[in-house]
Design a binder for this molecule. Structure first.
Ligand code: PLP
Length: 410
């Protein structure tokens, strides 16, 4: 065991018994390089963060330039910092007129926390509704939105007033009432295994929120910044939320998040009481300079327009006896296998082939493909060939198992 690996396991807190433990040397473009000299093709973008690949030169340049100028100067919202002002002006110019104001935070979870507070304060109502099989973060408020109580009971008592509806289930929409402060949902359910909206579901949520005066909060923390083939998924699916939550790819690899809403809505944090949500590091100038560079690259280069071509390539290439279905919204993709029994060996075999993929939190049959949007068709094709080889390996090894286990229906 290398010294670094031993110190990692002794002193860096872990969240599972078996972390992947890739010892990172450096990362560039769509590749992460191990200290053992191996190169890994990044097919999950660090959970939808590295949409511009690793160490995009313009993001790195912006970080260098801003960190030499100034870093932290004061808590959020007190000083006028050019990166924040420029970013907020550019971002809101790309959104519906009603989304004209940005509150910067540090992460996706903090955006979710702040949205719950904002909705309760703005509407004066207690109720919060989220969807089953949604993940909105790990802080206590965000965790309270999780529907799986066998997990969240370990952290009880959680936030009161939270109830759940099933995504795409129209019959549940009448649970949104005049007591509901907000409905928080993803436009495409990511951790459920990439479930896109069906039958104008998002429009129907929008309509019910309008009828009841409830805020519609869309969590685009995973779907934002081109991942689904539009700058934001709500634009692809033709609906405008009252509050938009962003993070992950926003910072081009730096930690940052935000709530975007109407200035009148975000005004709820300003008075009665003042300082309704505050954060020391939210909107850190270096992170926002990185975010600004990342957004400018996305707007200039063809990455978003190329998403659908790359999505089609994955669909046409990933045909295999172990694959039941490929679900996608742009380059947010779930590869569903014919049986959960195959999932662990398939993911392990893919990583052995030098391609990074991972599980979903709430889908035991699918693995994820969400490569950097900047991936070339050649690299994408190479990664897909390696996935097919991994699937062949597992099929060969496990077909004998299958003969011994006739209860496994394929
Ligand atoms: C849809 C969604 N919302 C919120 C979060 C929480 O974001 P963070 O990990 O930055 O707190 C995540 C993280 O995976 C997410 O996928």
């Amino acid at each position: 065991m290398s010294g670094l690996r031993r110190l990692f396991s002794d002193h860096v807190a872990q969240t599972s018994e078996n972390p992947l433990g890739l010892e990172v040397s450096h990362a560039s473009g769509v590749y992460i390089y191990g200290t053992d000299g191996r190169q890994y093709l990044d097919f999950d973008s660090g959970y939808s963060v590295s949409s511009l690949g690793h160490c995009h030169p313009e993001v790195v340049g912006a970080v260098k330039e801003q960190s030499a100028k100034y870093m932290h100067t004061s808590v959020y919202g007190e000083h006028i910092q050019a990166p924040q002002v420029e970013y907020a002006s550019l971002l809101t110019s790309l959104l519906a007129d009603s989304l004209d104001c940005v509150y910067f935070v540090n992460s996706g979870s903090e955006a979710v926390e702040a949205a719950i507070k904002l909705a309760r304060k703005y509407t004066g109502r207690p109720g919060v509704i989220s969807c089953t099989s949604a993940y909105h973060g790990s802080t206590t408020g965000a965790e309270s939105l999780r529907s799986d109580h066998t997990f969240s009971m370990f952290f009880a008592p959680l936030l009161p007033g939270v109830t759940h509806i099933d995504f795409n289930e129209e019959a549940h929409l009448d649970r949104i009432t005049h007591d509901t402060a907000c409905v928080i949902l993803e436009p495409v359910q990511a951790e459920a295994g990439v479930i896109p909206p069906q039958n104008d579901y998002l429009q129907k949520v929008r309509q019910r929120c309008d009828e009841t005066g409830t805020l519609m909060v869309l969590d685009e923390i995973q779907t934002g910044f081109g991942r689904t083939g539009n700058l934001f998924a709500h634009q692809k699916y033709g609906v405008t939320p009252d509050v938009l939550l962003i993070a992950k790819a926003m910072g081009g690899g730096m930690p940052v998040g935000a709530l975007v809403a109407g200035k009148n809505v975000l005004g709820a944090f300003v008075r009665n009481p003042a300082l309704g949500h505050i954060t020391t590091f939210g909107g850190h100038p270096v992170c926002i300079a990185a975010a600004l560079a990342a957004l400018q690259v996305l707007l200039r280069d063809p990455w978003i327009t190329e998403v659908s071509k790359k999505e089609a390539l994955v669909h046409s290439t990933l045909v295999h006896p172990l694959i039941r279905e490929v679900r996608s919204s742009g380059l947010l993709m779930a590869i569903e296998l014919i049986h959960p029994h195959y999932l662990v060996p398939v993911i392990q075999a893919i990583i052995r082939q030098g391609v990074l993929t991972d599980y979903f939190l709430f889908n035991e049959t699918s693995f994820r493909i969400a490569p950097p949007l900047v991936i070339s068709e050649k690299d994408l094709g190479e990664g897909l060939s390696r996935i097919l080889r991994a699937l062949d390996d597992v099929l060969n090894i496990m077909s004998s198992d299958l003969a011994l286990a006739p209860n496994i229906k394929t």
